[in-house]
Design a protein around this ligand. Sequence first.
Ligand code: C5P
Ligand code: MG
Length: 328
Amino acid sequence: MAATASGRQAWRQLVRTSCRGPATTTPSTYSRLAFRRLASSTTQASPRRAATQSSSPSPSSFLRQQPLAQRSSYSSGSQGKSTPPRNSNNQVKFWPFLIIIACGSGGYMLLVNRRIEMPPTTTKPPSPAFSPTDVTVLFVLGGPGAGKGTQCARLVRDYHFTHLSAGDLLRAEQDRPGSQYGQLIRDCIKDGAIVPMEVTVALLENAMRETITTSKNKKFLIDGFPRKMDQALKFEEVVCPAKLVLFYDCPEAEMEKRLLERGKTSGRADDNADSIRKRFRTFVETSMPVVDHYESEDRVVKVDATSTPDGVYADTQTKLKKVLGDKF
Ligand code: C5P
Ligand code: MG
C-alpha cells in the first residue's frame, strides 16, 4: 500500500512538473532570456564600441539597431505577450538584391527576345561600276618587256578593243600639271615599285568611262594590270569583273635584252639596268601571285612570248578563239 501511495505521489509530481513546464517557458520568458544574453554580451563588449553605439548612430547603424530595440521591448515586463523576434535582419539584407536580380534577368530576357525578333543585318557588297555582261575586260599580264603593248596593238587592230595601259595612264598622270600624285608616281616608277592601287584603279575607271561615253566601245584590254593582288580585288569589286587574264610568259634574259634595246630610244626613266632589275624582282614577288590567283580560278590564257611578235600574235589568236569563240 505504502508503495502504491508513494508511486501515486510520484506520478502527481510528474504530472504537475510537466504541466508547469510550458507555462514557465512562455515567449516573454524566452525573450527575457534572450535580452539578458544580449545585454550581457553588450556590456561585455569593449567600452569604445559601447560608446560608439550609444552616441549618434549612422543611418546604417541605426537600421541595424532597430531589431535590437525590438528585442529589448520583448524583454520589458509590460509587453510580456509579444511574439518572438523574427529574423528581420535577413529580410533587410536580401530583398533589394532579389529585386535587382529579378529586374536584371527580366531586362536581359527582353533584350534577347527583341534581338531574336530583329531581322538579320545584311551588308550588301558594293556593285561594280560596269556589268561584265555589258562590258568586256581582258587583263594583259607579263613581265616587263614581255611584249604586252605590241600584242595589244594587234588585238586592237583586228578585234576593236580599246587598249588601256596602266603604265601609260600613270605616266600621263605623273606629267599632268597640278597632279597631287605626280611625285609619288615618279618615285614608284623609277624604283620599279607598285603605285598605290587607289590611284591606278581610279585612272582606269575614268578612262573606261570616258571611252564608253565618247566611242561607245565596251571591249577593253587592260595592259600591265593588275600587278598586285589588291589592285585585282579592288578593280573587280568596284569597276568591272574581268573575263580572263592573257599572260605572256617570257624568260628574264629575253626581256632584259628587249628592254635595254628599247631604252635607247624610249626615254623612259625605268628602262635602265638598275630599274630593270628592281622591276623583275617586283614582278616575281608581287605580280606572279596575281597570275597564280587567276590560274587557280582557271581564268588564265597563257602564251609563250619568246618568239617574234607575229609568232606570238598567231598563238594569241588561236588560244583566245578557243576560249572566247571565233569573233571575240
Ligand atoms: O607596264 P609598265 O612597264 O609601263 O609600268 C611601268 C611602271 O608603272 C611599273 O614598273 C610600276 O612602277 C608602275 N605600275 C604600277 N601598277 C601597274 C602598272 C604599272 O604601279 N598596274
Ligand atoms: Mg607596256
